[in-house]
Design a protein around this ligand. Sequence first.
Ligand code: PLP
Length: 398
Amino acid sequence: MFARRTDWPLEPNALTREIGSRRARGLPVIDLTESNPTRCGFDYDSRAILQALSKPAALDYAPDPHGLPEARRAVAAYYEERGVCVEPNQIFLTASTSEAYAYLFRLLADPGDSVLAPQPSYPLFDFLAGLNDLEVVTYPLVYGSEWHMNVDALTLSVERANRALGIPRAVIVVHPNNPTGSFVKADESAALAELCRRHELAIIADEVFSDYALESKSRFSHTACDSVLTFTLNGLSKISALPQMKLAWIVVNGPNDERRQAIGRLEIIADTYLSVSTPVASAARELLATRNTVQPQLRARLRQNLEELDRRLAVPGSRAVRLRVEGGWYAILRLGAGPPANDDDLCTILARDDGVLVHPGHFYGFEAEGHLVLSLLPVPVTFAEGIEKVLTRLGSMS
Ligand SMILES: Cc1ncc(COP(=O)(O)O)c(C=O)c1O
């Protein structure tokens, strides 16, 4: 009766069962995976947000496949502040970056084709690609003293996909990546562009965390890339920490002819759905402006929790180190050898015996055991209490 693409295992895993059971018994859970900013105690400019949603413009319906022109001008102004000139005609509004991925996969690839995605990275790629009948071919991010994209390994992945899987159509980069927090470096970006030109691949650059750089180096945006067909994704979900508003966008750039063709075809895809709601689109300028109140709070929170983590890790005999974080909302703990042998078991023990929820690395595609992924958004006292429990448990098992 159902499509094979929906043949997912539907039973909850052991970790989900443990957390569900604790919650059902009314026991507390310290959630170190919490990445919903509306649940992390930030002080939003509620008046500005609610006023923006009650404009008379919300009562008018003027469908446009690109999305409301006023909203696109606000998005263009956001990029102008970053020194990038984007024309409103290069922008398509969508309800989420997930929807943006779906549009791009429909634009670029036929069933059975493939897209390249970093590993470790955002767990939703498998679902987004699978729902569009595409294969994900991973390429590794490697950690030395920081994370790097290995363009030689990416080239091998493209060649492997070409030989054995569906035709590769696009390379996804996440800048900075979730959960590694790593930005694409300038030399990697140049090599990536060269590879994409050679193999006729588009670039899909997910920049949702780009405003959350934790180091002061200047960072580029892929929106400026005009030598390869490039689609840059971003939205209010992270920029203004407003995931409930459901407003994201695609910026199209690249060589003239390819860019024109992509825009023409995307107009038809977007016109088929017209999914962005007018009240939210007409509030876009004000909702974007609220980033100025919320982003400083988020950056302070990310720094405070990172410092707390480092303080607690800096004890003699600690079994864990944290990997370098250049930006984004997550930190990764790398664990030294010791029981239990796999991260799933450790996370299940932490949930059952300590009431702490953390994600095992494999959830994000880490191949080696010994990695835990933590959100840096929780309220500091909660974060500190959770980290204390994780490190105490690790210590007791050495
Ligand atoms: C890399 C990445 N892209 C996109 C998203 C989701 O964005 P949206 O809420 O716009 O779908 C997330 C959510 O955590 C993410 O980690």
